[in-house]
Design a protein around this ligand. Structure first.
Ligand code: ATP
Ligand code: MG
Length: 419
């Protein structure tokens, strides 16, 4: 038997209904906040991600699915994240010369070669948003409020917003030096990855999950102590705005985000009570990205929300799954003529927009009744020769065991009235 690839998942109808429910909330909220959907290819030139995500990141160095294209001498990768592709698409369509701000969202699959575990897979599903054109804290606040709103509408109450600012190219160098000094003094304690990150990408050390590194992070210099005047003002205004909008947050100097292109605001929504993979959503501001991909200097802010992580959080909080649709009516039939009539009535109801079922297995009446019960049909109608002759049949309400005789020609109306 051929099996699915490690780190991928099959989503069967009951779980697909949950995905659809979550995705519907995401779409509706995004559109309420003025975001329009964008769909970009699942694969792109590798170079886009190398430049857009950052050469030195784990995503690019260890996690990308990359191959040589068959008919042209070029390297292609499955998308590991969404932002670089969105920027590429907007540049390609000349969108940055249109009126700003512009707001986009996407929902789709992303691919990273990681160690699969709960909440971490190799194909994963993300809802992401990007807002381009505004350097003001109001843009950060809008992105954050949208993420908070999606989580709230899904019923999550124990997911909290952790907020930080990591400064800009003006103030980052001083912070970086302080960080290198601090960690150099503890170099023996660091994990091997962090030892090698120390000079290349010291911010990432704050984010290391190794227990020894994690313990050191608590005493590390804080980005917020090194912010330049502009970054400090931006961060303070953002907090004032979030307060005014009723979006609760915790200041957390440990939030740095894994990707290279972040500037100033970074944030994560973290589910309490989940040990690992508790970051449901991560995002921030990336003012340098559009320029670094060959576009104009357009500031941007956005986030990515992992759909399977949202599901873990929903389960953790004991939030029930959405109801799966049940048939309004099951028509049980005995005999060839009744079966043909059942098929015709079922089709007519379906055309009228009603979920109806009848037997397609040639089962006994008893087995049909059992199946109707398993499907959770609200009403059951029994058809035999005498019902066909009289044109009348008993409509049974499975919810309260009530019964009522109806005209077969009035079936759709009868179902509509009975609630
Ligand atoms: P982590 O630190 O958990 O690896 P990340 O910083 O790599 O996350 P981002 O690239 O910012 O994550 O992606 C945004 C969100 O997408 C994450 O917060 C998470 O919810 C989800 N996500 C990222 N990688 C995976 C994965 N391999 N499987 C499932 N969800 C993922
Ligand atoms: Mg990761």
């Amino acid at each position: 038997m051929i099996q699915k690839i490690k780190g991928t998942m099959d989503i069967l109808p009951a779980e697909a209904a949950l995905f659809r429910h979550i995705e519907r909330v995401m779409r509706e909220e995004a559109e309420r906040y003025g975001y329009g959907e964008i769909r970009t290819p699942m694969f792109e030139n590798t170079e886009l991600f190398v430049r857009g995500v950052g050469e030195g990141t784990d995503v690019v160095q260890k996690e990308m699915y990359t191959w040589a294209d068959r008919d042209e001498n070029r390297s292609i990768s499955l998308r590991p994240e969404g932002t670089a592709s969105v920027v590429r698409a907007l540049l390609e369509h000349g969108k940055f010369s249109d009126t700003l701000p512009q707001k986009y969202y996407y929902i789709g699959s992303f691919f990273r070669h990681e160690a699969p575990q709960a909440g971490r897979s190799r194909e994963f599903f993300q809802f992401g948003t990007e807002m381009f054109g505004s350097a003001a804290p109001a843009a950060d606040a809008t992105a954050i409020a949208l993420a908070a709103s999606v989580l709230r509408r899904l019923g999550l109450r124990q997911v909290s917003l952790h907020l930080n600012s990591i400064g800009c190219p003006a103030c980052r160098p001083a912070y970086r030096r302080a960080l290198v000094d601090y960690y150099s003094a503890h170099e023996q304690t660091l994990c091997d990855t962090c030892k090698s990150r120390l000079q290349k990408n010291p911010l990432r050390l704050l984010d290391c999950k190794n227990p020894a590194c994690h313990a050191l992070a608590a005493g590390a210099p804080k980005t917020t102590d090194y912010l330049c005047e502009d970054c400090r003002t931006h961060f303070a205004s953002l907090q004032t705005m979030l307060d005014g909008m009723g979006v609760a947050y915790t200041l957390d100097p440990g939030i740095v985000r894994g990707l290279d292109y972040y500037t100033r605001t970074v944030f994560e929504f973290i589910a309490e009570g989940i040990a690992a993979q508790s970051t449901v959503c991560g995002g921030g501001r990336y003012d340098g990205l559009v320029g670094s991909l060959g576009g104009p200097e357009v500031p941007a802010v956005g986030f990515g929300m992992g759909i399977t992580r949202v599901i873990l959080a929903l389960r953790q909080e004991g939030i029930p799954d959405p109801e799966i649709p049940r048939p309004r009516l099951y028509i049980a039939a005995l005999g060839a003529a009744a079966q043909a009539r059942a098929a015709a009535e079922t089709e007519a109801l379906r055309r009228a927009g009603i979920y109806a079922e009848c037997d397609t297995m040639g089962r006994s009446l008893k087995a049909q009744m059992k199946y109707a019960d398993k499907l959770g049909a609200r009403y059951v109608l029994m058809l035999g020769d005498s019902e066909l002759e009289s044109g009348r049949a008993n409509l049974r309400d499975m919810q309260n065991s009530g019964q009522k005789e109806i005209e077969l020609s009035q079936l759709a109306q009868a179902l509509g009235e009975e609630n």
